[in-house]
Design a protein around this ligand. Structure first.
Ligand code: TRH
Length: 393
């Protein structure tokens, strides 16, 4: 495989997803022999998210690191429309050359074609909506500004063959295969992984777990990933412990607060739970690969447009009606944020084996379907190499 030098640009906006996706992509590209320069405006995040990086990945503090370091570059990838600095746009535009256009018979025609040696890619947000398929792989010529004359390609991750697919990092297929051969041992507790936005009905989830524990006698353990949810939960848990004057575990509901951990440990966490509440983009994909029943909280947007994105995924993966209902409950914002009598999380009863098996089987089917898409990284590499062949060779 040709080794290319990639400059990946990432701006951490308000969460960890942008960095999470970029670092996953960087790691997977590096595992395929690619050389990566990751320009990131909050490199501190990587201390916990991605310690011990491959030496083929260089982390550069954007915009502090001198751009001149970046003159050696074959691919510029801007994540989620983060706009590469002017300096890079100039470098990209500088890589454009005009070549005589050969005819079908090999001789020159007198016409010329524009060649851009540096491939400029915009990696888009993940969506199951049709625009991902419709726009994937399209290019847009830059009509004015420093990069005038250059071409930018739009790369859409997605859940269909007509998109760029999902990152399926090295070793994941093997991990999935082994898990299918040796199903996880039966335990007598119910482990719930929680990684959510503050808008999630967390108090209701607590109430639900308490109810389920009372009905089934199964001890429940809520394992909360690092972030704001922990603060909310600590406050929310107080009324429970005061009313019941008992310790957490005596109540059959244990709450564990996790520190921020590396992506590898985060993935192990998802694989070790019986159900995962995940959010955003990257943790959703990792939960899908684990095939433990998952509930996705989508990044909330104005006018509820995010709900269209949520439904597009549930429809595309043919989610059972009860799984859709749970998603709708989990994604609605309760007016007061407190216990609302009419609010139902709609989780199946722990004793309802049939429903849990249905859910589990649906997760496995969805995973198998998505595994068929192949790996986003391989497709991206192929995409870049084919565009490059047309321009460089
Ligand atoms: O943090 P997120 O909510 O990110 C979101 C989404 O990407 C969304 O699409 C975007 O618009 C918004 O950011 C700005 O959730 P996500 O996508 O699951 O990313 C979390 C990343 O953090 C993921 O790579 C896993 C990683 N992580 C760890 O590695 N360790 C941890 O302890 C935790 C809590 C997270």
């Amino acid at each position: 495989m040709t080794t290319l030098v990639w400059s990946i640009f990432c701006r951490v906006i308000d969460n960890y997803g942008d960095a999470g996706v970029c670092i996953r992509l960087a790691k997977d590209l590096a595992s395929k022999g690619q050389k990566i320069k990751l320009w990131i405006d909050e490199p501190k995040i990587l201390q916990w998210m991605a310690p011990n990086l491959d030496p083929n990945i260089e982390i550069l503090d954007w915009p502090i690191a001198p751009f001149a370091l970046a003159l050696e570059v074959d691919v510029v990838l801007e994540a989620f429309g983060c706009s590469v600095p002017d300096f890079f746009q100039e470098v990209i535009a500088g890589s454009i050359s005009e070549k005589p256009k050969p005819s079908r018979f090999g001789h020159e025609t007198g016409d010329s074609q524009i060649n851009q040696r540096i491939q400029w890619i915009n990696l888009e947000y993940l969506s199951a909506q049709s625009y991902a398929s419709n726009n994937h792989g399209l290019h847009s010529p830059v009509l004015f500004g420093i990069a005038q004359g250059a071409v930018k390609w739009f790369y859409y991750p997605g859940f269909e063959r007509t998109t760029g697919g999902l990152i399926l990092e090295r070793g994941m297929r093997q991990r999935i295969k082994s898990s299918e051969l040796t199903p996880s041992p039966e335990t007598n507790s119910f482990k719930v992984g929680l990684f959510s936005y503050p808008q999630a009905p967390i108090v209701e989830l607590l109430a639900e777990l308490k109810k389920q524990n009372k009905q089934s006698g199964t001890p429940c353990s809520l394992r909360v990933a690092g972030g704001q949810t922990q603060i909310i939960l600590k406050k929310a848990f107080l009324p429970f412990s005061q009313n019941l004057s008992a310790t957490n575990s005596e109540q059959g509901l244990e709450i564990n607060y996790l520190p921020y951990v590396s992506q590898d440990e985060f993935d192990n966490f998802l694989w070790s739970n019986d159900i995962n509440f995940v959010r955003g983009e990257d943790s959703l994909v990792r939960a899908i690969w684990s095939a433990k029943p998952w509930v996705w909280q989508i990044y909330p947007q104005e006018d509820n447009i995010h709900l269209e994105k949520l439904n597009a995924l549930l429809d595309l993966l043919d989610a059972p009606a009860f799984v859709k209902k749970i998603h709708w409950s989990w994604n609605c914002v309760p007016p007061s944020g407190a216990n609302i009598p009419s609010f139902e999380l709609n989780l199946p009863d722990l004793g309802d084996q049939e429903k849990w098996t249905n859910w589990q089987e649906w997760c496995c089917t969805a995973r198998s379907k998505l595994l068929e898409l192949g790996n986003l990284t391989d497709q991206l590499l192929y995409f870049v190499l084919s565009k490059r062949q047309k321009t460089v060779e």
